[in-house]
Design a protein around this ligand. Structure first.
Ligand code: ZN
Length: 236
């Protein structure tokens, strides 16, 4: 069985990670969609870092939910599997999904990287500063390893998705907790399911993908996914 799963903020929201646009999205009365930009970082790097450190802390204190666990179980049970997630947290990884079966297209919040050169380190080697860290190689400001609004996706991560899609059509594509407003989410989903595979949408609301879905599940991911995954594993 060949499977593609795409997840978005809705899956992490069920672990208590606020979405940018949800009612709990504001931070210090600031709009996160305006903080997660290169312009905000250029204007006030300390403010942007304060916000990301709070998000990191919140994620460290959160736990993977039943949706993350179901996806990790599906990965173990299928021959070919890729998760593409818009989430920058580590909840999929902590549920047991290996890095080679996952692409974080919007980056990894626990990576700290240079805003100028290629230097980066992950959180295991990164003591949390209170100020804005400087690059040990070139002294430019360090920044979180996420893709901000208005920035390009990483070419390397895009290629990992494209090469999986080039490997053949999928028997099942699951899209969960994403409003699928980004064009590439729609493109990848349709490309992976064009061979007649099942396209399962898990979202409480209608999205641009709904009309293509072979199965619509209007429930939270943590409730729906364990059941969907069990069904897929049984049907092999
Ligand atoms: Zn540097």
């Amino acid at each position: 069985m060949r499977v593609l799963v795409l997840t978005g903020a809705g899956v992490s929201a069920e672990s208590g990670i606020p979405t940018f646009r949800g009612k709990n999205g504001y931070w210090r009365n600031l709009d996160p969609t305006k903080l997660a930009t290169p312009e905000a970082f250029a204007r006030d790097p300390q403010l942007v870092w304060d916000w990301y450190r709070e998000r990191r802390e919140r994620i460290r204190n959160a736990q993977p939910n039943a949706a993350h666990e179901a996806i990790a179980r599906l990965a173990k049970q299928t021959e070919e599997f890729l998760l593409v997630t818009q989430n920058v947290d580590d909840l999929h990884a902590r549920a047991g999904l290996p890095g080679e079966k996952m692409v974080q297209i919007h980056g990894d919040i626990f990576i700290t990287r240079c805003s100028r050169c290629t230097f980066e380190h992950d959180h295991e080697h990164e003591p949390e500063h209170e100020s804005v860290p400087n690059c040990p190689q070139c002294d430019a400001l360090m920044r979180p390893g996420v893709v901000w609004f208005g920035e390009q996706l990483s070419r390397r991560e895009l290629q990992r998705v494209e090469s999986y899609l080039d490997g053949g059509a999928c028997d099942a594509v699951i899209v969960a907790g994403t409003t699928a407003t980004l064009g590439y989410i729609v493109d990848w989903t349709l490309s992976a399911s064009h061979g007649g595979g099942e396209l399962i949408e898990v979202n409480p609301e209608e999205t641009p993908l709904s009309r293509f879905a072979t199965r619509l599940v209007r429930e939270p991911a943590a409730i729906a996914l364990p059941r969907i995954v069990d069904g897929l594993i049984r049907s092999r």
